[in-house]
Design a protein around this ligand. Structure first.
Ligand code: PXG
Length: 288
């Protein structure tokens, strides 16, 4: 495997960054997780735009243009002979002195890893996932807006640890007002009486690219989508629940907090969306 670091492809073992990189010292940086399906990078422009917005919010100058970044992502896939895979794009603040100040960091570093990812065992997609609500709240947007996909993922890591301690593979995180925000690495959707619901991004959810893809599919399929504040009660009484994310794709949820969702089996609308999503990803995207 070859990993891109600042313009050069290194064998996996030799791909390294400095211990003085503020990405490591302070979690000062941004990232994207992107999928490659049948030689096409899925929604690459959207991912690069979100990366640019995350960087802009942190006053982080990405050293490559949008077009150069797109080309580097495609080249990373080609170098690794990938047809289906997962791309981790990271921009760190770069090497600096000790101390939080960004002033000593002269140039951001760009890392591109093109690999495979499997978040859940395959049977989860047909049988469904059981998840729990955890006590760890989603970070307040006034402290660090979750719309910024930063290298500070401790909030999510803590929630994931809590989920694992309860024997669950994923966790619902509430915001500081007690409304559902999202899961640790996925957005959450409900279906109730034929209408699809998802928390508004102001809840503290990431503006997920898979979330948007599902909303686009709903529009095409004449399924109404409502973005609003959702409570745990709304989740418990929903007919269906599913999660979306680049790594996770579309995952049916069949139980939450020990309560079956609907009849405790993956729902019909979830199934239709999952199928439509898979049909779409294998034809859409930027050819590498
Ligand atoms: N919420 C959070 C907090 C995320 O980190 C999503 C929602 C889904 O967004 P997208 O744009 O991917 O539909 C994410 C994305 C990983 C991994 O390695 C996690 C994500 C994406 C790719 C890989 O666990 N999370």
């Amino acid at each position: 495997m070859y990993v891109y670091v600042d313009g050069t492809f290194f064998p996996k073992e030799e791909a390294k960054i400095s211990v003085f990189d503020h990405g490591l010292l302070y979690g000062d940086g941004v990232f994207e997780g992107i999928r490659l399906y049948r030689g096409c990078v899925y929604r690459l422009e959207e991912h690069l735009e979100r990366l640019e917005y995350s960087a802009k919010a942190l006053l982080l100058q990405i050293p490559l243009s949008r077009a150069e970044m797109a080309e580097a992502v495609c080249e990373a896939c080609r170098r690794n002979n990938l047809v289906d895979g997962y791309i981790r794009l990271v921009v760190t603040r770069g090497v600096g002195n000790l101390g939080l100040s960004i002033a000593s960091c002269k140039k951001a570093s760009v890392i591109i890893i093109a690999d495979k990812i499997q978040l859940y065992p395959p049977e989860i997609y047909t049988k469904g996932l059981s998840i729990v609500t955890v006590a760890t709240r989603r970070i307040n947007p006034a402290a660090l807006n979750p719309a910024v996909k930063s290298l500070n993922y401790l909030n999510n890591v803590l929630a994931k640890i809590e989920a694992a301690q309860m024997g669950a593979l994923e966790a619902i995180m509430l915001n500081d007002q007690g409304y559902v925000a999202e899961c640790t690495g996925d957005n959450l959707f409900l279906v109730h009486k034929g209408v699809v619901y998802t928390p508004d991004v102001s809840s503290g959810a990431l503006k997920g690219i898979t979330r948007q893809a599902i909303m686009d599919l709903c529009a095409e399929m004449d399924i109404r989508v409502v973005e609003k504040n959702l409570t745990r009660y709304d989740v418990w009484v929903a007919d269906e629940c599913f999660l979306t994310g680049t790594a996770a794709e579309v995952v049916p949820v069949v139980a939450v907090d020990g309560r079956p969702i609907g009849d405790g089996k993956p729902g019909a609308i979830t199934g239709r969306l999952l199928e439509a999503f898979h049909r779409r990803v294998s034809v859409d995207g930027t050819k590498i």
